[in-house]
Design a protein around this ligand. Structure first.
Ligand code: 9UX
Length: 69
């Protein structure tokens, strides 16, 4: 298992945090997700054989948020 940390932009309340948490948790290969509002960040423990950083980022973007560097 690997931890991937994403900078998430555009989250402004706890509901946004819950939304990001939900979409990441739903992806195959994701074991656990911790999302914080300040700083805007998602720490995701994954099986690297099943999911990669790009897939996590795309799920965040599809949910209406952004991913920084
Ligand atoms: Mo809060 Mo986020 O009411 O889109 S859920 S701003």
């Amino acid at each position: 298992m690997n931890e991937i940390v994403l900078s998430v932009t555009g989250m402004t309340c706890g509901g946004c945090v819950n939304s990001v948490q939900k979409v990441l948790t739903a992806l195959p290969g994701v074991q656990s997700v911790e999302v914080t509002l300040t700083p805007g960040q998602a720490r995701v423990v994954v099986d690297p054989a099943r999911v990669d950083r790009a897939a996590l980022a795309q799920a965040v973007i599809d949910a209406g948020f952004g991913v920084g560097d």
